[in-house]
Design a protein around this ligand. Structure first.
Ligand SMILES: Nc1ncnc2c1ncn2[C@@H]1O[C@H](COP(=O)(O)OP(=O)(O)O)[C@@H](O)[C@H]1O
Ligand code: SF4
Ligand SMILES: [Mg+2]
Length: 390
């Protein structure tokens, strides 16, 4: 709106003489129909999108939890506060996990994949309530634990364990392997005290650790053996859900397969359910039943391993696939190299968050976020390359 500053009369007169040049904004429907986003209000559309997502989360809140799922996550958000004003009110956020939903069935493995910084660790930690969720629901065994205080979470702590990336820093250097593994067993009274040693030795055997390691210290072991100790520690309390956060990323490639095979074997014999986080699709491939692909805090594709591998829908998944080495020398690899760095989740791009790097980006992608939709049974994606309407 342009104001005529030369108005000679009082306020009222001035208002009357304003030369009105109203910005005319077009609706999303109109912009989509014409393909002209010149008069499209990105801010307004982002606000509307957010409101629609909040409405959806509200509407989904009363739906009963999936009876087949050990874990069901609905519209989960974890925002870190970046700045506060003088009275302590948050003024800016980093949206590390932004409206993520999925289910994980008992005894299955869900692989979460995506580049560094896309929110995988935050997702895993928020599910385990190591971070308090900003909003959303986390059903563990059909119980919403998102709002549970730590005292009420305590009985569930043993059932939900985490294995970290770095087997070097996650073990106390001054305790023996026996001491490290016995401690949680004693604290959580897993077996009568007198049976602790025998119980721990049994867990060690299951994890491929010799019994004489019991008296040894972590520094005496290689990375692979240390990760076995970490796995044994997590399993010693009889968990149901294990979050494996890049458990093989710090290991040599030759050792990676051994640890993955151990995790698979333990799942088959002990029935664990895994949330397996990795930046490496080729690692996730070996262990997962289902795969979720994350980008800048959002789930951009989700489906069972077969559908994701045979028919990756999202251009980001396609780019991740193109980087996986192909063992067949006759098949030509068409590597899709993503341009630019991953943007900051504190200031993500408008529209589709991936548009700044997407080889298939269209004009619409810069302005309107794609809908996360089911395109094949159980196979979801968020991309304008596919129909957006119901
Ligand atoms: N405690 C924290 N406080 C503020 N920002 C954080 C914190 N933890 C992670 N982040 C930010 O959240 C984003 C996602 O991080 P993370 O979950 O570690 O990603 P990933 O595990 O996929 O590498 C990153 O931008 C990271 O800098
Ligand atoms: S919505 Fe557009 S920018 Fe986003 S992934 Fe699909 S084609 Fe690429
Ligand atoms: Mg991480």
């Amino acid at each position: 709106m342009k104001i005529n500053l030369k108005a000679p009369f009082g306020k009222k007169k001035a208002a009357e003489t304003e030369s009105v040049e109203e910005e005319v904004h077009v609706s999303a429907e109109e912009a989509l129909r014409t393909g002209d986003f010149g008069k499209f209000d990105d801010e307004d559309e982002a606000k509307k999108e957010q409101e629609a997502r909040d409405e959806k989360a509200k509407a989904d809140k009363d739906l009963p939890p999936d009876p087949d799922a050990l874990l069901e996550v609905r519209h989960l958000k974890k925002y870190f506060v970046l700045g506060k004003n003088l009275i302590g009110k948050p003024t800016s956020y980093l949206r590390a996990v932004d409206d993520v939903s999925f289910t994980l069935k008992k005894g299955e493995t869900l692989g979460i994949v995506g580049e560094s910084g896309c929110g995988k660790t935050t997702l895993g930690r928020t599910i385990l309530k190591l971070y308090q969720p900003t909003s959303g629901q986390i059903f563990y065994n059909q119980q919403d634990i998102a709002g549970l205080k730590s005292a009420k979470m305590r009985p569930l702590r043993t059932e939900m364990q985490i294995i970290f990336q770095d087997p070097y820093s996650s073990l106390p250097p001054r305790s023996t392997v026996g001491g490290i593994l016995s401690e949680p067993v004693k604290v959580h009274k897993i077996v009568p005290k007198a049976q602790t040693r025998e119980y721990v030795l049994n867990i060690m055997e299951k994890c491929g650790l010799r019994d004489y390691y019991y008296e040894r210290y972590p520094h005496e072991f290689s990375g692979g053996q240390r990760q076995r100790i970490c796995i044994a520690r997590a399993l010693s309390v009889n968990p149901k859900l294990v979050v494996c956060d890049e458990p093989v990323s710090a290991l040599d490639v030759s050792i990676q397969a051994q640890i993955i095979n151990l995790l698979k074997h333990l799942q088959n014999t002990m029935g664990f359910t895994y949330l397996f986080i990795s930046h490496d699709l080729s690692v996730v491939k070996h262990i997962s039943d289902r795969i979720g692909v994350m980008y800048l805090g959002s789930m951009v594709e989700f489906g069972d391993k077969k559908s994701i591998f045979s028919n990756p829908l999202h251009p980001y998944t396609q780019a991740l696939f193109s980087a996986v080495p192909n063992p067949n020398p006759d098949e030509k690899m068409n590597r899709i190299v993503l341009k630019g760095d991953i943007p900051s989740p504190a200031n993500p791009p408008k529209g589709c968050k991936f548009h700044t790097r997407c080889p298939k980006a269209m004009e619409v992608c810069k302005h309107i976020a794609p809908v996360y939709k089911e395109y094949e049974p159980g196979h979801f994606a968020a991309c304008h390359c596919y129909p957006q309407e119901d």
